[in-house]
Structure formats: structure tokens, C-alpha cells
Design a protein around this ligand. Structure first.
Ligand SMILES: NC(=O)c1ccc[n+]([C@@H]2O[C@H](COP(=O)([O-])OP(=O)(O)OC[C@H]3O[C@@H](n4cnc5c(N)ncnc54)[C@H](O)[C@@H]3O)[C@@H](O)[C@H]2O)c1
Length: 244
């Protein structure tokens, strides 16, 4: 049980971020759901009705330094400290390489890679001040298994795995862990549009991952994997190790 622990999740208004927030709540943690979509306030209020722990929503845009700092300050003043942060907000433009415009590339890198960097930097600064903390970033199966059309997204997610390792080493002796979870094909609003259906036959386990399933991996890595740092864990039905 994670009673008296506090978790903050970015991109938590829907999809994997919502499921991770709910898993933290199920395990008894206080939870701060953040998202740039103001709907997150309502979403958090609804979640708070179902669980005993304290659950709040904060509007936080991972592409905006001030918004990140304000969000972390708000969370810290409400709960006094933060134990776990999951940097989940992400996504990107999927197109064949030669068709990617500068704008597609910039959008993807800015949201996924730069957004994760801006959050991680502020979180590590906070964790150094408080003397402890655990960060879990969000990679993607697409960073090692490439079904095509992932030039910018792949660059961003590989970059996130690299940043995870770099930050983990910098603060390994400061009681701060940094890891990354790479989800496989997960049914979320991000994937409306037939993309998943196309690659499902290549998944060794022959099914999608649910957001609730991968959420358990995020929460375990954040809270229980206490000698693990700098790692990327693939929860992908076997895709990253072979095809069947
Ligand atoms: N769904 C999958 O199959 C899959 C697979 C591998 C990796 N991922 C990764 O998991 C993460 C979540 O994916 P998902 O499928 O739940 O996506 P989703 O699109 O369903 O949800 C993403 C959430 O992030 C929020 N968001 C977007 N831009 C933001 C910003 N600038 N600041 C704050 N919040 C912002 C959105 O409002 C939304 O609530 C992403 O990093 C994605 O790349 C997803």
C-alpha cells in the first residue's frame, strides 16, 4: 500500500496517464492528475469520489516551463512533498520519413522529448531539495520495433530513453531513481484511427495491452523497484524480443 505517498502524473486526463493515476489511487497514494486539458480538474474530482486518498487535478502544460513549475509548486504546497512522478504526456506525428515537415518534426520533439526534459529537470531540482524521489518516463515500443512511419516519434522516444539513463546516473547517489516504461500497443484515444489494427498480427501475444495493465508496471517501477535506475522496461506482449 502506498498510503502517505504522493504521485504526480502528466497527461492524466485520459489514456495511459489516467490509468496510471487510478492505479496509484487504488494502491492508496495521494494523486495529482495533471494535463494541459482543463478537463483534468473534473476528471480528478470524479476519481476522488471512488478512492479514499486525496486526489486533485492541476492544469499543467509540459511544453511550458512556467506551467510546469507552477504545477509542481501547487502540488508540493498541497501535499508537502512528492514521492513519484510519471512523465506520460506525449504523442507525435506519424508519417513516412520523407513526408515529415519541419513543423511535424518540431511538434513531436517539442511535446515528447523537450516536454519530458523540461519536466524532468524541474522534478529533479525538487527531488534534490527534498532528498528523495522516483521518476518514471514514458518511452514506446515504437522506439525499438518500427512498423514504419515513425521518424520523428522514434527520435523523440529514443531520446527519452537516453535522458532517463543520463539523469539516473547523475543522481543515483542522491536517493533519486529515474526509469522509463515503454508501453506496447495500448488501446487509448491516441490510437483511434486504425493504426493498432494494422500491427496487431505481429504481436506475439496476439492482443492489445490495456491501459490498466501497463499502469501497474509504471506504479511498480515508481514505487517498488527500489534498486532499479536508468532502465527502460518494455511491456509489449513480446514484440521487442521477436515476431511470431
Ligand atoms: N497508446 C499506445 O499504444 C502507446 C504506446 C507506446 C507509448 N505510448 C505513450 O504513452 C503516453 C500516453 O499515451 P496515450 O495513448 O495515453 O495518449 P492519449 O493521447 O490518449 O493521452 C495523452 C494525454 O496527454 C495530454 N497532453 C497532450 N499534450 C500535452 C501537453 N503539452 N501537456 C500536458 N498534457 C498533454 C492529452 O491532453 C491527453 O490527456 C504517450 O507518451 C505515448 O507516446 C502510448
Amino acid at each position: 500500500m502506498l498510503k502517505n505517498k504522493v504521485a504526480l502524473v502528466t497527461g492524466a486526463a485520459q489514456g495511459i496517464g489516467y490509468a496510471v493515476s487510478e492505479e496509484f489511487a487504488k494502491q492508496g497514494a495521494d494523486v495529482v492528475l495533471t494535463d494541459y486539458n482543463p478537463n483534468v480538474i473534473l476528471v480528478a474530482k470524479e476519481m476522488a469520489k471512488k478512492y479514499k486518498s486525496r486526489i486533485i487535478g492541476i492544469v499543467l502544460n509540459v511544453m511550458d516551463v512556467k506551467s510546469i513549475q507552477d504545477g509542481l509548486n501547487q502540488a508540493q504546497s498541497k501535499f508537502g512533498h512528492l514521492d513519484y512522478v510519471v512523465n506520460n504526456a506525449g504523442g507525435g506525428v506519424l508519417k513516412p520519413f520523407a513526408e515529415l515537415t519541419n513543423d511535424d518534426f518540431d511538434k513531436t520533439i517539442n511535446l515528447d522529448l523537450r516536454g519530458t526534459f523540461l519536466c524532468m529537470r524541474a522534478e529533479v531540482q525538487l527531488f534534490i531539495r527534498q532528498g528523495f524521489g522516483s521518476i518514471v518516463d514514458t518511452g514506446a515500443l515504437g522506439s525499438v520495433y518500427n512498423p514504419g512511419g515513425m521518424g520523428a516519434y522514434n527520435a523523440a522516444k529514443n531520446g527519452i530513453m537516453g535522458m532517463t539513463q543520463a539523469a539516473a546516473i547523475d543522481y543515483a547517489d542522491k536517493n533519486i531513481r529515474v526509469n522509463c516504461v515503454a508501453p506496447g500497443l495500448t488501446k487509448t484515444p491516441l490510437n483511434d484511427g486504425g493504426f493498432l489494427e494494422k500491427i496487431l498480427p505481429t504481436v506475439p501475444m496476439k492482443r492489445y495491452e490495456t491501459a490498466a495493465e501497463v499502469a501497474k508496471v509504471f506504479v511498480f517501477i515508481a514505487s517498488e523497484a527500489t534498486f532499479m535506475t536508468g532502465q527502460t522496461i518494455f511491456s509489449d506482449g513480446g514484440v521487442s524480443v521477436g515476431l511470431k
